[in-house]
Design a protein around this ligand. Sequence first.
Ligand code: NAD
Length: 294
Amino acid sequence: MRNIAFFGLGNMGASMAINLLKAGHVVSVFDLVQSQVDKLVEQGAMGAASDKQAVENAQVVISMLPAGKHVKSLYESILNSCNENTLFIDCSTIDASEAKELNSIVTQAGHRFVDAPVSGGVAGAAAGTLTFIMGGEAQVVEEAQTILKGMGKHCFHAGGAGAGQIAKICNNMLLAVLMAGTSEALKMAMDNGLDPAVMSEIMKQSSGNNWTLQNYNPVPDVMPNVPSSNNYEGGFMVDLMNKDLGLAASAATQSNSLTPMASIAKSLYHLHGLKGNGKKDFSSIFESFCNTKR
Ligand code: NAD
């Protein structure tokens, strides 16, 4: 059992904090939106009136915030109020270079840092089945893992500081390419009179088989219980995929990596978002292949 200060009680963070409570930890919570704090207090968390108050007794700080600038400004605000040798775990998806910078700021102040972005989305956060992809020193990662297991199923140590963020965006970059490519192939089959359900089965048993066909078919009514069969509601928003593709492009520039497939996927998703689809699930990219005249 640990004393944990948890920051960011949004779509992901609220469920994650609830799972930490279920795992028996003492959790102090803070969010800029008071109603989010109130919901967690009803579940047994201690509501903090300020970020500094949240860390008063904390041994561990966990953040699940929108972007790097939010994490940096939070850390700058609380760092001097934290107990000695606090373990900082940032689960937000942020730029890998920002994660490295946070690692320096935190370690120079005598604390420890792990970047631990997640895969698994809102459903995984609620079910406690997230995958945590960590970057940091082995010993620190090992300790972080004992806490993160209360919120997830799998934990990976990708490498040193920032490696968790790199691994996460490489995965999401591939996912964007796979979803766009699968949509393109299925639509071409449909344009030629094929049934997308039959075509999906053919590809699942052939060399085009991939995760999107197995778990997340983008064509409406091919699979039950996926966003495409629910007006592309729920799931992983186009806006968030665009954020991750932006982070991937920035990392690729810094490492001088060639990412032509991701560049095309990024343009497709960017345009799709600009057309008002930002809040839809990312599999709605299929619709962007449906606007062609025959
Ligand atoms: P969200 O916008 O729903 O929640 C973010 C919360 O942070 C909000 O409640 C906001 O009020 C709070 N916040 C902002 N600044 C704060 C501060 N200084 N102190 C305290 N609270 C603050 O976002 P989300 O969907 O929960 O995503 C959080 C992170 O997880 C993002 O980095 C996102 O990229 C990543 N992520 C999201 C998903 C998903 O499916 N939603 C999946 C994987 C990863």
